[in-house]
Design a protein around this ligand. Sequence first.
Ligand code: 9D3
Length: 286
Amino acid sequence: MRFDILTLFPSMFEGPFHSSIVQRARSRGLIAIGIHNIRDYTTDRHHTADDYPYGGGAGMVMKPGPIFAAVEATLAEARASNPGLERSDVILLTPQGRLFRQSMAEELSRHQHLVLICGHYEGVDERVREHLVTDEISIGDYVLTGGEIPAMVIVDAVTRLVPGVLGSQESAFEESHASGLLEYPQYTRPPVFRGWAVPDVLLSGNHEAIARWRRQQALLRTLRRRPDLLLTSPPSLPDLILLTEVASPDELKAAGLQPAYPEAKRRRRRPAPPAPEGISENELPQ
Ligand code: 9D3
């Protein structure tokens, strides 16, 4: 997997790709990262990369010429050094892009070459969007000063999904945890810290009880902090029974769930009796 990043601020990238998992992936040849200064592709003597917006208004707009030249040179170089390169994605980082999420990181990790254009100032000339870019991505609904940190986020999230980057233990853990739930609480030694004890079940050696407790805690956390995640994949009946043991009926109801009791027998539903004559469905009889 090759990443090429086009930016007016190349020095911002000196730190983040030289540490930890990303550096290890680079030195093992699993990924390659190129950083390119858009200003190097300007042709005027002041190296102008931005200009005033046509029609007036605040701020500056990035000129199309240097961005087209930078992308075209990057694509030519990538093809020259890798004749097997079949496809390159040209991605603009912009607040108007599709919201970045784990499923997009998974998709991008299967691509061969990502060219990431970092916008800055108030924006980028629309012709870059219309005629150069194949995708536009935002990393969230907050205002940053440019697309550099979003580019770092994407490289980081995608790199750890490239086959071979994580160790076999880490990827097995990843697989068993890509469940759509938040993680359960973790503890390590000492068993009592400042009077706060580790939950007894974790010291019990009862692996079945531990797995059950962890599942229950993951469900409870997700219900309390990210009920939106439960809407996209509603809990199974066994999960709902686990949740009912620890969540209040009100908490469950707030997330659109009904308490479930293992001993409850399914009852045959009867149709509602017809409303009395002259009263519409939405009115209550007194
Ligand atoms: C005046 C309207 N502003 C949009 C909210 C203009 C504007 C602000 C900040 C245009 C660009 C930027 C710089 N941000 C990015 O380039 C950016 C970004 C972001 O700010 N948040 C989340 N994801 C991204 S990806 C690129």
